[in-house]
Design a protein around this ligand. Structure first.
Ligand SMILES: [Zn+2]
Length: 409
């Protein structure tokens, strides 16, 4: 069956915005896009004052932490926050049922915000990959590896769990995530990189999230060394790398063109050069970044250097919603002069590119999946970028050409 959606604007991302535009959908795929006048009007669903965009891509999140919403308020002390997060997580042990509930609720909430594709980090792949597979959404499930100090011997076991391919499909792809340079030793980072290469899998790493990471990798000192001690996992054999976190990731082979760097908040010029050279993407998490009171994010410099910068929400433990649109609106409010086209691309096509789904999603192009978000704008506003001024969630979300019930949650 052919279906045609119409709205005052269609923002395809990979081509100019179309006024009075339409998108044609057949068998779950986009088959044409153009001005509405070119399409037969009898099959049209007209959304009027709205913008039809590609559905959003959340390039960095932790869906399994969704039950921690509001329980660990962010502060300017990331190490303290991580400690509180560990304590709260221990107090609420995960059962298969509770994990499935948290992941399913996070998926429903995300889809209602127009997000149909994720780069999701999981510490419990055996529990999260079932609900992710059943969602039918495009997901890279990055199995998280932590192995440092007295826990370094757990590396192989954790890597094996991270690499579990039981539920893998064309839509649920498996990735490896060495957590961060302060939680995986250099040998472990290299082992994760090798494993990803063997599996032809993408990588994700929390990198340069806080200024303190540099003291840790360079000198083995600072709050992250203290964190290791507070958690009782520190020992004197933790290696000191003597370089920046980005350099360490580069040297150990973690930075590849299929790597997502989560955060990248503190980067020197030479870090940016290494990232550019590697072809890795950076997932900027705007509201989480602001909640922790970081210095301004270098996303403009990264974009200027040719780095693929995409958007993540991080988890509900540090962010009020899993809406990529809310992240873009937050950025637009802070920097009204930033080009709307780039902003929308960061929340859609750049994310799809970062996690390897750009052939399927991220723009309104014939052949791609009909995953779309319809965002209302005021009738009096001029210009499609008014989607960043409002606060309304999408009025409709399509996944595989089917309208999803956005009021389900
Ligand atoms: Zn994260």
């Amino acid at each position: 069956m052919t279906m045609i959606l119409k709205a005052r604007y269609v923002a395809p991302v990979d081509r100019p915005v179309i006024e009075n535009g339409s998108v044609q959908i057949e068998a779950g795929r986009i088959t044409a896009v153009g001005t509405a006048a070119k399409f037969p009007s009898q099959m049209m669903i007209d959304y009027g004052d709205a913008v039809i965009c590609p559905a959003f891509v959340n390039a960095h999140t932790h869906l399994e932490l969704s039950h921690l919403r509001g329980k660990v308020p962010p502060s300017s002390d990331l190490v303290d926050w991580l400690c509180r997060l560990v304590t709260v997580s221990k107090d609420a042990p995960s059962t298969p049922e509770s994990v499935a509930r948290a992941v399913n609720a996070a998926i429903r909430h995300s889809v209602s915000c127009g997000v149909t594709c994720f780069g999701d980090i999981t510490r419990i792949p055996a529990l999260t990959r079932g609900p992710l597979a059943e969602s039918g959404l495009h997901v890279v499930s990055f199995g998280e590896v932590i192995a440092i100090g007295t826990r370094r011997d757990l590396l192989d076991e954790r890597l094996e769990a991270a690499a579990l391919t039981e539920r893998e499909s064309s839509r649920l792809r498996i990735g490896i995530s060495p957590h961060a340079p302060y939680s995986v030793e250099p040998d472990g980072l290299a082992a994760c990189a090798r494993k990803a290469q063997q599996m032809n899998a993408p990588l994700c790493i929390h990198l340069a999230e806080s200024r303190d990471e540099d003291a840790f990798t360079r000198h083995g000192t600072g709050p992250f060394a203290d964190l290791g001690r507070r958690l009782g996992i520190w020992d004197e054999d933790v290696p000191i790398s003597g370089c920046s976190p980005v350099e360490l990731a580069f040297r150990t082979g973690v930075l590849t063109r299929r790597t997502v760097i989560a955060h990248g908040n503190y980067l020197t010029e030479s870090d940016i050069e290494l990232i550019t050279e590697s072809g890795a993407s950076v997932a900027y998490c705007p509201r989480t970044h602001a909640a922790f009171g970081h210095e301004p994010h270098p996303f403009r410099k990264l974009l200027a250097s040719g780095v693929n910068v995409c958007i993540g929400t991080d988890s509900l433990a540090s962010n009020p919603s899993l809406s990529v649109l809310d992240e873009l609106r937050f950025m637009s409010k802070r920097d009204p002069g930033f080009p709307g086209e780039t902003l929308l691309a960061m929340g859609t096509l750049h994310g799809a590119h970062a996690i390897g789904f750009a052939d399927e999603l991220g723009s309104i192009s014939p052949g791609k999946c009909a995953d779309l978000a319809v965002i209302p704008i005021e009738s009096t506003t001029k210009g499609w970028s008014a989607i960043f001024d409002g606060s309304h969630p999408p009025v409709a979300v399509y996944h595989d050409g089917e309208q999803v019930d956005v009021n389900a949650d």
